[in-house]
Design a protein around this ligand. Sequence first.
Ligand SMILES: [Zn+2]
Length: 132
Amino acid sequence: MQIIEFTTDKRFVRRARALKTIETMVRMYCRGHRHEGCAPLCSDCGALFEYATRRLERCVFGDAKPTCKNCVVHCYRADMREKMRVVMRWAGPRMMLRHPIMGIAHLMEESRPVPRLPAKSAKSRSATKDGR
Ligand SMILES: [Zn+2]
């Protein structure tokens, strides 16, 4: 079995880009709030980013993934979802100033059509629900 990194493989370009955007926003948030021990992320923000990376790796849509905001599947745990929502709301407008190209690219992603969940993966998803 061949293992490939989704962050570097060309087939996963959209998720790699989404991850980069999330990383940038979490870093801005962590630094902006002067969290303890940012190198480059404090342990809390680091854990949030780790979690986001795992969710993205396992996204049921693969690289057809919509932006998380528009997604019909809520794959985040409630507490992580809330944390990420706070980070995004804070970093969103700031990213437009600091990283306008990344910000605009993300807005364009958001205007893309949102895929619906195929019936098959809906079933396998509920089977693995406890593995979060
Ligand atoms: Zn932090």
